[in-house]
Design a protein. Structure first.
Length: 208
């Protein structure tokens, strides 16, 4: 067997191994995608006791599944058929010890999509209220290419609601501008003693 024959055999073997690795990676990605889909569907159809308030302020009790920032699923009991309740039609809801209200005209940049999601009416979880309000919003994406949900912090001051940036430099700049009237807190943020993961603590300190 000459050197050319050996070289061709080695190339064939390398190519075969490469193709097998590609197929294996594709299989892993497919399994991961299917697992995420099943997990999300299970979460989105998980009902807990709660209630919502209609536009007239009436309290309607039952079972709630928090689907996205614009819609919840509601059932009167376990044997009832579920119905969709949209953020534009109610004042808010309560479940799992958490209070949600409806805010208007928000824009959220999700890591799952290229362009911001703009909502006229959106459910937000109330984390803290005071001189500034802190919320969490759940964004759901299903555009044929991406399926999933994510949670993002929003901060409100003087009726202006903004998504809070995660990147350290942008976070410091944004929060410093919003909370500029509290110099002691401002110095802690500028000196990096408080960061994005401390946002609840930051809001609590500001609201004192």
């Amino acid at each position: 067997m000459n050197m050319k024959t050996i070289s061709r055999n080695e190339n064939k073997k390398l190519k075969s191994n490469f193709n097998m690795n590609i197929k294996f990676l594709k299989l892993l990605l497919l399994l991961a995608f299917m697992f995420n889909i099943n997990t999300l569907f299970a979460q989105d159809n998980f009902y807990t006791s709660g209630y919502y308030f209609d536009k007239s302020g009436n309290k309607i009790e039952g079972l709630i599944s928090h689907f996205s920032c614009t819609m919840i699923k509601f059932k009167e009991n376990n044997n009832s058929k579920s119905k969709r309740i949209y953020s534009k039609d109610v004042l808010g809801f309560h479940t799992l010890g958490k209070n949600f209200k409806v805010v208007q005209n928000i824009s959220i940049k999700s890591r799952m999509v290229l362009f911001p999601s703009k909502e006229d009416f959106a459910f937000v979880e109330i984390v803290r209220e005071g001189k500034v309000n802190l919320y969490i919003v759940k964004i759901f994406v299903n555009n044929g290419m991406t399926y999933g949900s994510g949670y993002y912090y929003l901060i409100e001051k003087d009726n202006n609601i903004q998504q809070i940036y995660r990147a350290p430099r942008r976070f410091r700049k944004q929060i410093s501008e919003i909370l500029s009237d509290n110099q002691l807190l401002l110095q802690e943020i500028i000196n990096e003693k408080l960061a994005y993961n401390d946002i609840v603590r930051i809001v609590e300190k500001y609201n004192k």
